[in-house]
Design a binder for this molecule. Structure first.
Ligand code: SF4
Ligand code: SF4
Length: 163
């Protein structure tokens, strides 16, 4: 997911700014979630200053909610998605299914948004207190490969037999 970031001094509204096609490092290098205290309101107490300093994870993927798969045909489609590079499927904590494409935003250059003034609404609205860095993984189940899907389905079959 995109984010709101304080990138003062490095922002540009230039639509011809260079893009980051030559990136060779992992798409989303692992970064441990940061354990921070909860406020009485239930929100995470973010650190002082720019909470996004040193992080750009949410500018490196797109995720879209999909229909909950119910039939063999639906799960075959999920298997097809997972056969593609950098595509994963997840179930979030509300039980919704999402497809995720790990692919950096073209406006992300060296960890900064090069078109900050033009960033989409979703980037402006994203709340770091709810992001993976601070709040932990956004998914209850993460399927990265067809084998993950097979294990997930076997687990479900095993569970329904024992009920
Ligand atoms: S537009 Fe900027 S803030 Fe939004 S995802 Fe791209 S780089 Fe990140
Ligand atoms: S994942 Fe969180 S900390 Fe990292 S850039 Fe996005 S909102 Fe900021």
């Amino acid at each position: 997911m995109p984010t709101r970031k304080d990138r003062t001094g490095r922002h540009s509204a230039n639509p011809h700014a260079p893009i980051d096609r030559e990136r060779t490092e992992p798409l989303r290098p692992p970064r441990a979630p940061i354990g921070l205290p909860l406020l009485p309101s239930g929100r995470i107490a973010l650190p002082a200053g720019n909470p996004c300093e040193g992080c750009d994870h949410c500018c490196r993927y797109v995720s879209i909610q999909i229909d909950t798969p119910r039939s063999r045909h639906d799960f075959e489609n999920i298997r097809w998605y997972l056969l593609h590079k950098n595509v994963s499927v997840m179930i979030d904590w509300e039980g919704d299914w999402l497809i995720q494409f790990d692919t950096p935003c073209e406006w992300l250059v060296e960890g900064r948004c090069t078109h900050y003034e033009l960033r989409p609404e979703i980037c402006r609205d994203y709340d770091p207190a709810e992001c993976e860095r601070y709040a932990g993984p956004g998914e209850k189940v993460l399927l990265r490969t067809p084998d993950d899907l097979e294990r997930y389905l076997s687990g479900r079959r095993g569970k329904s037999k024992s009920e």
